[in-house]
Design a protein around this ligand. Structure first.
Ligand SMILES: Cc1ncc(COP(=O)(O)O)c(C=O)c1O
Length: 481
């Protein structure tokens, strides 16, 4: 099709998509050494061709504006456009070296966002410096290390990570220079407390818990886990990347956690994906505040200030104070939801996930029964006789304009299909998804080849995934040659 072509392919010499006003300035010639030797390779297209080309390209991709997006662990949550507009306001584009006096407004937003996150999570103080969830994890583990070093407790070189944790947890522990001790999950995906007891000793620096875990299950023994780890001299790190189900209902600080990170780009209104933008604020209990990275945004005598000097800080881990664009969106979101309404976010995300889980459990294999939080995992189709895999189901969903759930993660189940419906989806949208999922299960029974060959309605059909990943052709010239 004409509009499926690259803009270079619809280019015609001499065609123009612009008309510039006559220049008011005198002509000026650049010296030869500053001039190009040949014309730049630019497409020559008419105005309408440009508009139509990019409009068509923009709708080829899948986004929350186009359809339901139940991507477990990473779902695109509620991202009101007004927050984007606010963060684009030129008034917030301060130079990072602007004097503190001239930056009072922005500093107040940093400070207030830190304060609200503290209130929501029950942790004493937050830093907004980290740029992502995994970055926050690293800061958290550096703080754990600094704490034990200050106690001169140098043999604590190990971090416990349950096998149901998010993949970044063991990776971060290793990057921070700790050895990882894995603790197995119970049948219901929660931490096996007996295994944990065995793993605890005076070499353990702490534990990293993703709660709810990657199976969407809340750690029912959380209070026992937290006292066991503390009694053994370790600290507790909470991976709060997906805080939706807990908002306004439960706080990691009240469960005994010492450090946590939150993903502003998941729970607090920044669309994410494709590597950014992000922000992974880290919160700590009072006795760990001294280790927070610098600079620290503070309020002193009703003025906002930045503190750089602190002997015990783990140091500077970002260019300046953090990702202001993401912080602005989060701040606006926090204020617009309002303190008394956070509990509805938690309640609705849990309700939506459980409604889908219960509605589909006769077609899809549900290894972990019972109430889940914001997400849950199926282990592929129940009927495996036609050999239709989770990958096939995911591809077929694209034909029905649904973004596939997360697949083959967590690794605990072979055919994992991880579903997370955000709290803002209507019942009609969720019912439509349930109908489509049932339809795909029916197709898998009656016409498996149809599902195995999907997708049919997308620009790019079924790919050889290994070749696409290892040898992607992403340049126009490569296509030509
Ligand atoms: C539970 C959990 N922890 C940590 C992360 C890492 O966050 P980021 O991708 O911002 O580094 C994610 C992101 O997917 C997550 O879902």
């Amino acid at each position: 099709m004409y509009y499926d072509r690259l803009i270079f392919e619809i280019s015609n010499p001499g065609r123009k998509g612009y008309s510039l006003p006559k220049s008011e300035f005198k002509e000026y010639s650049l010296s030869n050494n500053l001039q190009r030797n040949e014309e730049p390779m630019l497409p020559e297209v008419s105005e309408l061709e440009v508009v139509r080309h990019y409009t068509n390209v923009s709708v080829k991709n899948f986004g929350i504006e186009k359809g339901f997006y139940p991507l477990g662990s990473c779902t695109m949550k509620y991202n009101p456009k007004i927050n984007q507009d606010l963060s684009n306001m030129p008034e917030f584009s301060l130079h990072p070296y602007a004097p503190v006096k001239a930056a009072q407004g922005v500093l107040e937003i940093y400070y207030e966002t830190q304060r609200i996150l503290s209130e929501l999570s029950g942790l004493h103080t937050f830093t907004l410096n980290p740029y992502a969830g995994a970055h926050g994890e690293l800061i958290g583990l550096m703080i754990i290390k600094a704490y034990h070093q200050k106690q001169n407790d140098l043999k604590r070189t190990k971090i416990i990570v349950p096998d149901s944790a998010h993949g970044t947890n063991p990776a971060t522990a290793s990057v921070a220079g700790f050895d990882v001790v894995e603790v197995k999950s119970n049948m219901d995906g929660t931490v096996n407390v007996d295994d944990l007891k065995e793993a605890l000793n005076d070499e353990i620096a702490g534990i990293m818990l993703t709660n709810p875990n990657t199976l969407g299950i809340f750690e029912k023994d959380i209070l026992e886990i937290s006292s066991l780890v503390h009694e053994a001299g370790g600290l507790l790190y909470y991976d709060g990347a997906n805080l939706n189900p807990l908002l306004g209902l439960a706080r990691p600080g009240d469960m005994g956690f010492d450090i946590m990170h939150i993903n502003l780009h998941k729970t607090f209104s920044t669309p994410h994906g494709g590597g950014g933008p992000g922000s992974g604020p880290v919160g700590v209990v009072e006795h760990l505040v001294e280790f927070l990275p610098k600079p620290v945004v503070k309020k002193v005598n009703n003025q906002f200030d930045i503190e750089f000097n602190n002997d015990t800080t783990i140091g500077q881990i970002s260019h300046f104070y953090g990702n202001i664009g993401v912080v602005l969106k989060a701040y606006s979101y926090l204020l617009s939801i309002g303190k008394e309404n956070f509990k509805h976010i938690g309640g609705l995300s849990v309700l939506n996930a459980n409604y889908i889980k219960e509605s589909l459990k006769d077609d899809y294999l549900l290894p972990i029964k019972g109430i889940c939080k914001h997400e849950f995992v199926f282990d592929g189709l129940i009927d495996k006789s036609s050999h239709v895999t989770t990958l096939d189901v995911a591809k077929r969903l694209l034909d029905y304009d649904v973004h596939p759930p997360t697949i083959y993660f967590p690794l605990i189940f072979k055919e994992a299909l991880m579903i997370e419906p955000p709290e803002t989806e209507s019942k009609a949208t969720i019912d439509n998804f349930i109908t489509i999922m049932r339809k795909v299960a029916e197709e898998a029974r009656t016409n498996p080849e149809l599902v195995k060959g999907a997708p049919y309605n997308t620009v790019v059909k079924r790919l050889d995934e290994a070749t696409a990943a290892r040898n992607p052709i992403v340049k126009f010239r490569d296509i030509e040659s």
